[in-house]
Design a protein around this ligand. Sequence first.
Ligand SMILES: NC(=O)c1ccc[n+]([C@@H]2O[C@H](COP(=O)([O-])OP(=O)(O)OC[C@H]3O[C@@H](n4cnc5c(N)ncnc54)[C@H](O)[C@@H]3O)[C@@H](O)[C@H]2O)c1
Length: 364
Amino acid sequence: MSKTVRLGVIGLGSVSEKYVPHIRILNMEGNNCEIIIASDLRPGHAERARGWGIPAFTTDYREVLNHPDVDVILILTGMQTHGKLTREALLTGKHVLVEKPMSMDLADAAELLALSKTSKGHFVCAPHVTLSETYQDMWRHIQSGDIGRPLTARGLYGWAGPDWDPFFYEPGGGPMYDLGVYNVTTLTGLLGPAKRVLAMTGIAIPERMVNNQKITVQTDDNFQLLLDFGNQCFAVVTTGFTMQRYDVSGIEIYGTEGTINMKGEDWDPYGYKLWRNKDGFWQDHEIRKKWRWTDGVRDLIQAIHEGRKPVNSPEHAYHVLEIMSKSMESGRLGQALPIVSTFTPPRFDKDSGRTAPHLDHAPE
Ligand SMILES: NC(=O)c1ccc[n+]([C@@H]2O[C@H](COP(=O)([O-])OP(=O)(O)OC[C@H]3O[C@@H](n4cnc5c(N)ncnc54)[C@H](O)[C@@H]3O)[C@@H](O)[C@H]2O)c1
């Protein structure tokens, strides 16, 4: 095993409650990694860092960037700050993982992408949905022709909406960047780059209660997105802070010979159902082992140890950002817009060699 991978975390808010324990588990599982410094603007979060056994805390994120022993910079701050922090992090030449999206601005993201090509370090952007076993099994079924040629697809992710931060209802917030991003990443991973987007978007609920105060909603909270993948393959993504509850598959792909449906949502899947015309019945594949949506950090740490690239490319994240950004524009203009960026989806030709489900007694 190569030397310990040392991480510095910027942002100790709610998402860090998932990443930090995951990194500790990764170390216990033999991945040789540790967090050596963390930063948050809130001085009170020093207590949180101490509780997690992180040896250094600072309110100045530049101390994380410039720390001579930090190999990986984790950016877990709110969305608005990602572009600036990611740029500064990439300029250090260290490995960088940023929560979604890499930037709120497409032109800025294009510069980040260019910068990442000249940086010595890897650049990983959430979401990490392509790393789940469910996604990878579905990818293999589609690639092997089990459902024939994919023609029609659907992604759905929504809920009633956050009530703790007005940012979600300001320009740059909204459900497309917060929720739809998962579906768009999954569908483009499974079906390849999209060629066109057409969206209907709007503000369905103009006033909301946030932190017990009435606010005016300033960005779209309701989206229906149509994606054209070429070759007469179309998908719809439904997202909004407009859904109280639902009980349907998060991802559905329909082909000429069958159908594959994810069980659960793509950020938290637990298997899939496969219909093949030649079988004439549904196969129900249960994946009980819990998948963590923070898994990109595992892949990044292992990529560093193994001297390989991470599975997910920043080009994929940029493509997803272009789709999201143009969906807002399409909603305003009422017309379809071309998607010009492209990427090569990750391949998962070999299965993960996981324990047979009937022998997986303690899947957590
Ligand atoms: N909350 C979720 O369930 C969830 C899930 C998946 C992804 N995400 C993404 O993760 C990111 C973070 O979300 P969150 O819910 O943890 O937000 P949060 O507001 O709870 O935490 C962000 C933290 O970053 C700190 N911060 C901001 N600027 C900083 C700076 N310059 N230096 C140091 N610290 C700084 C803030 O003080 C805050 O503590 C967002 O991009 C979000 O889209 C959130």
